[in-house]
Design a protein around this ligand. Sequence first.
Ligand SMILES: [Ca+2]
Length: 344
Amino acid sequence: MVASAGLSDGLVLYYTFNRDFGGVVADASGQGVGGLVLGAVHVPDGRCGAAYGFDGADDYIQVSRNPTTSRNYTVSLWFTLASTNHMLEKVLFSYNRRYLVETAFRNDRWCFITYALSSTLNSSYGAVLTCSDEIALPENVWQHVVLVVSDGTPPTARFYLNGQDIGGGEGLDVNAGSLGMFVGALLNDPANPPLANWQGMIDEVRVYDRVLSPAEIEELAGGCPAPVPPEGGPFVATIGFSTDPAGEQDVTEFYPGETLHVRVTDVDMEGCVAPMIRVVLRQPRAVVRAFFLARNADGSFTGSYALSGFREGNIQVDILAMCPRNPFGKSILMRRGVIHMNAD
Ligand SMILES: [Ca+2]
């Protein structure tokens, strides 16, 4: 089945995962909400074209910014579960410290759980649990899941599995918030890495800023969409680490006396009044160094740092996007790279 034009309406994030951009994910929605790949592996044979594989330990994808503030929204994705032996709860999609779509095994039954609503009336967990004998999640079989959150009276959250309504619940309010959005994990504490990491594959992640109808959900579950135009971007950023100020190419080997040049292009910080990009350099047992990039007229950011203070060995380079006056506040890790300082 070919996706109708209607399934483009309200689409504010769309990760096809079809192209490997090397550590970043392109957003095919046109909204420029790229993602940062942390550990997940690009696999050519997904549900619709390529997908990402997650190891269940520490893999996840961080969404670069919240694509919507709507209190009516829909999350749709395909997944496989690599192992059904574990009893742990695993997160497919999360936002603001709350898992939006999670699987769990409770009392010999599979469940989908969401914390999209607060003070949920029908659950001691404060979450909407959808547990059913009808939910079968065999290993390594592609499944389509949709979460629909509707800010009605009362607000509701419903799950659809492979196009079928499998239940939901009511709450007192729609949870909105400001912490990050993640595919394949949950960030519970900004001081620690995300947890409840997914084990299996995820493909075709979509977020809509509206409630999809059952017919539209059935259409999404019916197959792969028609090929979308190639994603030449937008993606989070093209980032060059280089010994050359023009810095188009990535260089990872450095020698004493050389300077690191960082160039960030195609960065999407839409809605940010005063975007800033900070580069943090870390080497074990050394003082952390940091510097800001300058914003250029063409929208790119460039900057450099003399590496004379570093010893032989690896230096971790983190590129952080910051928006000081953004209501979403926190800086976002855009890329983590490693450069190597050689001996004299
Ligand atoms: Ca795909």
